[in-house]
Design a protein around this ligand. Structure first.
Ligand SMILES: Nc1ncnc2c1ncn2[C@@H]1O[C@H](COP(=O)(O)OP(=O)(O)OP(=O)(O)O)[C@@H](O)[C@H]1O
Length: 325
């Protein structure tokens, strides 16, 4: 049995169906990325899972018990970080965490121990006497994450926690989330930053206009949505031949197996290579090498050739059509 089971969740706001028949499961010790464009229904779903809103229809089981019927019993198991979190300006980091630890009902030595352990885990100890207003965005976000951990919840629901963070703070957040999953927590994280989620998550769920379009691990999503493949960039030293060299290269490429699309751009040719679903990265590399050999042996003046494997962003763009509720 999964820690979290979401079954046929629906949320209507008047005539608008913000969440439409959403079902998924999340196991302890795993991270699920919830991906979707603006207005897709991510925050609405997360608010329901955090017991801050009730579904129009559907069921959510947390540790086997209905979160919809008994939200009070579920709350101690849940840590929720909304997309807009506040920190009070005139309190220190320690005061902020201690205040919320009291709100969670933690008392005496246990409270002190939980606040200290959360500050250790999030690396906030050196900043404990600093005013939260004086912290950087990355550090404020750590304080907010620390707040959600004080009562040691089993399920973490984090709504766009990486939004607005610089690359270093994102990497640090990623490491913290992985450590939390290793401790056995189930983590649900939403984001627009698709490539970030690919590195962070065990599985992903793509949502658009309230409906789940695809779920699975990143490799499965790729295989299902676009097939394994790569995008090649080919630049030519055209010399006297001019644009005819590009036309020649394009014709040659389109004759090769697995080439679905070739577009000419200012920087060269952008080529979509699609392999059998389930192909390995090594097979993608080999196919790219074969194409380069074909071009060179045909006398095409290739001066730059690069390829990148398709990633979650490509899967997302293929699966969603850019529709926003
Ligand atoms: N309280 C509300 N009343 C009416 N409509 C709402 C309410 N909350 C959300 N919506 C609508 O429900 C849809 C889903 O919104 P939601 O905030 O869940 O999307 P999201 O995927 O989190 O988007 P974003 O990435 O922009 O935060 C949107 O069309 C939104 O306008």
């Amino acid at each position: 049995m999964s820690l979290l089971e979401v079954k046929g969740l629906r949320r209507d706001y008047g005539a608008l169906r913000a969440v439409d028949d959403v079902s998924f499961e999340l196991d302890a010790g795993t991270i699920l990325g919830f991906i979707g464009p603006n207005g897709a229904g991510k925050s609405t779903t997360m608010r329901i899972l955090a017991t801050l809103d009730a579904p129009t229809q559907g069921e959510v089981l947390l540790d086997g018990r209905s979160l919809v019927d008994a939200p009070d019993q579920a709350r101690p198991l849940i840590g929720y970080m909304p997309d807009r979190y506040g920190t009070y300006d005139d309190v220190t980091v320690w005061e902020f965490l201690d205040f919320f630890a009291r709100a969670y009902g933690l008392k005496g030595a246990l409270r002190r121990q939980r606040v200290a352990s959360v500050m250790d885990f999030t690396g906030l100890h050196p900043l404990k006497d600093k005013l939260t207003s004086a912290l950087s965005k990355g550090m404020k976000q750590r304080v907010a994450l620390g707040r959600t951990l004080l009562h040691d919840p089993k399920l973490l629901i984090l709504d766009e926690p990486a939004d607005g963070l610089d690359p270093r703070a994102r990497i640090e957040l990623r490491e913290l989330l992985r450590a939390l999953a290793d401790q056995g927590k189930a983590v649900l994280i939403s984001s627009h930053i698709l490539t970030e989620l690919a590195e962070i998550c065990d599985t992903c769920a793509i949502i658009e206009q309230g409906r789940l379009l695809a779920t699975g691990n990143v490799a499965e999503l790729l295989a299902r949505s676009s097939g394994n493949g790569a995008e090649l960039l080919v630049r030519l030293a055209v010399g006297a031949e001019g644009d005819a060299a590009y036309a020649r290269a394009e014709r040659l490429l389109l004759e090769q197996p697995g080439i679905g699309q070739v577009t000419q751009e200012a920087g060269g040719l952008r080529v979509r290579l699609t392999l059998e679903p389930g192909s390995t990265l090594a097979q993608v590399d080999e196919a790219a090498a074969r194409l380069l050999a074909v071009l060179v042996m045909a006398g095409v003046p290739v001066c730059a050739f690069s390829h990148r494997s398709l990633n979650l962003e490509d899967a997302f763009m293929t699966v969603t059509k850019g529709r926003v509720a």
